[in-house]
Design a protein around this ligand. Sequence first.
Ligand code: GLU
Length: 271
Amino acid sequence: MKLGRISVATIAVGVALGLAACGGGASTATGGTVKIGIKFDQPGLGLKSGADYTGMDVDLAKYLAKELSLGTPEFVEAVSAQRETLIQTDQVKFIVGTYSITDARKEKVSFAGPYFIAGQDLLVRADDNSITGVESLNGKKLCSVKGSTSAANVQKAVPGVNLQEYGTYTLCVDALKAKNVDALTTDDTILAGYAAQEANKGLMKVVGKTFSKESYGVGLKKGDTAFCQKVTDAINKYVSSGEWQKAVDKNLGPAGYKAGAGNPPTPAPCS
Ligand code: GLU
């Protein structure tokens, strides 16, 4: 009998604690999770290695989740062509994934930022001296990724280019190594990460002549100005506190990448 009563009491306390935890969760999101879109295959930016996520974008994503009390990040892969859809269909709360702010994308999503300025460049095999810039791409086989500004920009710059569009940048790196393409084009940040990867050391090089300005923003639900403002305030704090510089040094430094002119940028007003 006595034992029975203790058991009942224990259950009652347990239920009460459970309810308290739920109440706290609802009001502050403590204990909850937040789905965040990142890249999974871009060293230095967004990289999944087992259960670990690293990179400049991952660090900003974690900072935003903490600073805005959104919950524990649950990272979702956001390949270039899927980003707008992931946001529009609420599969992620926001995306930090080398996501350039463009007018076309602003038709579907909103952006906080920019938080970083990159530029489009070319990655070629280390022994290839025939490609020295975008002007030497005629007749060359080029790889880029579907739904990226990189593919759109290069098609505009070199209308006659033989462009192969793949689903991810790692597929382009593999194609470059296998000599199925002559070059890979995307942001210099991403290319520096690949060139410095252990498995690619000495095999490829970044040409070093950028031909676009890529302003990275945090993609979020179109028209959610209140959330955009919170993210913008957090980005400003990220920069002013020195965290931005720390993240850049830690994540892009090992690849020998230095943030170029315009960094760190001042985020634009949310509209
Ligand atoms: N920053 C460019 C873009 O948003 C290229 C990199 C990427 O595909 O993520 O399209």
